[in-house]
Write a protein that binds this ligand. Structure first.
Ligand code: 5GP
Ligand code: SF4
Ligand code: MG
Length: 465
């Protein structure tokens, strides 16, 4: 999912529009539903629906969302089914007024939290863990705490991955879980108020760029930022938080123009491709990438190996990412809509095809067949991440373990299944080294099964073979 938030009391007619553009840039993080909630003098205005940001909103709707503060959300489902009621932001009543919350991530202790809330006779509207976070905050606030104290007490009950933007009548809150598994950045709109600055929160820096906000810094793991008329204050709510950023965000999920660790992910992905070429060179006539996510690594592979880079597959820009569609049959139909070959570029050539990951193997198999149909004489597949052997419990929809092709098959067997001449994956070490950061500061559990936030046994059993 993508989350966004803006605090700009001088622009009550524009906060919704700023959020709209922010969400527009974060569309890749979820295409199932979109929503914006604004707060104007404590009153909440909200519009959310199934579909893309551009389908859910228009000028008229945005004009009906005035406020000093706005939060927004783009969703793809990990828990809770794809229903309109599950669209975010969630609105909840508290003794201090209404709050609107947008969540990216996934709680691993949702069952426990639900029991805790049920014992207090809380009513649920939806089936999602995100609503439970909102209700837990409301419950803590209603016991007499202020927004910050109440939120902190609630976060101490929430285990798992969450980056949140929360609008309240008194200010805008941004939060990351104690491990900072999902990203969240702070930006500033300059020249807005008497002292010059108004703050923006976004899942990725591409959401700041689109509205001309300047990147300030990341929200830290275990940090809460509270944005009001007097500026931004920071509270470390989780003692001893340890950074465990999702490495899949860097490899695949986040946009290549977003910045993490002071560089675009495009640059990181080029390095992955270079490393891949060092680890698994094979001679060929042309290196191509699977659009869009495999392209930077393909360019890196070409630069490092000295083999020519070119385009071989063209993507229909108006079809969404296939993996966001909920069912297997829809996914299979999706890929046929999505990619076409450049036949004259491929005819009679030995091709190296680079992609960021293989999850189920269905996309890759189709791509290989398409390349052969176009006349490629050899197809060598290179993957810029290690085999995905374990499901994600922290908000990326890699499905149950039995659907992950690398959970039960060797690299050789996968190669045979998808029909390539050779297949090689990047090593785990190579992937982490290329981050140029402390390698302990990442979650890479879908490649290792080493989950940094422990998963309750019943939850584990639901997804593991
Ligand atoms: P597959 O061959 O596993 O069906 O699909 C691999 C390709 O689809 C890669 O290009 C990857 O970017 C994308 N992909 C498909 N499904 C998923 C998914 O569930 N999670 C992620 N991260 N990527 C996926
Ligand atoms: Fe990211 Fe994989 Fe960890 Fe999930 S398990 S948070 S996808 S690295
Ligand atoms: Mg891809």
């Amino acid at each position: 999912c993508g989350v966004f938030g803006v605090y700009a009391p001088e622009r009550t007619l524009e906060v919704a529009k700023l959020t709209y553009f922010g969400l527009y840039a974060l569309q890749h993080r979820g295409q199932e539903s979109a929503g914006i909630a604004t707060l104007k003098q404590g009153r909440v205005y909200c519009h959310k629906d199934m579909g893309l940001v551009s389908q859910v909103f228009n000028e008229d709707i945005l004009e009906q969302l005035p406020g000093e503060i706005a939060v927004g959300h783009t969703r793809y489902s990990t828990t809770g089914s794809s229903l309109k009621e599950n669209a975010q932001p969630f609105i909840t009543e508290t003794r201090l007024g209404k709050l609107a919350l947008a969540h990216n991530g996934n709680l691993v202790n949702a069952v426990e939290l639900r029991k805790h809330l049920t014992s207090k006779e809380t009513d649920f509207v939806t089936t999602t863990d995100s609503e439970m976070i909102a209700l837990t905050i409301a419950d803590e606030v209603n016991s007499g705490k202020d927004w910050i104290e109440g939120a902190i007490s609630a976060f101490k009950l929430c285990t798992g991955a969450y980056s949140l933007t929360i609008a309240t009548p008194d200010g805008l809150m941004g939060v990351r879980d104690r491990n900072g598994i999902r990203p969240l950045v702070i930006g500033v709109l300059r020249g807005e108020s008497a002292d010059g600055e108004r703050y923006v929160l976004s899942s990725e820096t591409c959401g700041l760029d689109i509205i001309g906000a300047e990147y300030v810094r990341d929200v830290n793991p275990g940090e809460l930022v509270w944005i009001t008329d007097s500026g931004l204050i920071s509270v470390d709510w989780a003692e001893k938080g340890e950074k465990k950023l999702c490495v899949f965000e860097m490899i695949y999920f986040a946009r290549p123009d977003s910045v993490m660790h002071d560089e675009t992910l495009y640059s990181y992905r080029i390095r992955l491709g270079r490393q891949l070429a060092r680890e698994s060179f094979v001679d060929a006539d042309l290196v191509i990438g699977v659009p869009d996510s495999g392209i930077p690594a393909a360019i890196g592979f070409s630069r490092e190996s000295g083999l020519a880079y070119g385009e071989g597959l063209i993507k229909n820009r108006y079809v969404g990412r296939t993996f966001i569609q909920p069912t297997q049959s829809m996914r299979e139909a999706g890929i046929r809509m999505k990619l076409n070959t450049l036949k004259d570029a491929l005819q009679g050539k030995r091709i190296i095809i680079v992609d960021d990951s293989i999850v189920r193997g269905t996309t890759s198999k189709k791509i290989v067949k398409t390349l052969r149909d176009a006349g490629a004489t050899e197809v060598h597949m290179r993957i810029s991440s290690p085999p995905v052997t374990h499901p994600c419990f922290y908000g990326i929809d890699t499905d149950n373990q039995d659907q992950l092709i690398a959970a039960t098959k060797s690299v050789k067997e996968i190669g045979e299944r998808i029909g390539v001449d050779t297949l090689a994956y990047l090593t785990w070490e190579g992937m982490l080294e290329a981050t140029q950061e402390d390698t302990n500061h990442f979650c890479s559990a879908c490649f290792t099964g080493d989950y940094p936030v422990s998963i309750p046994e019943d939850v584990k059993r639901s997804k593991l073979i």
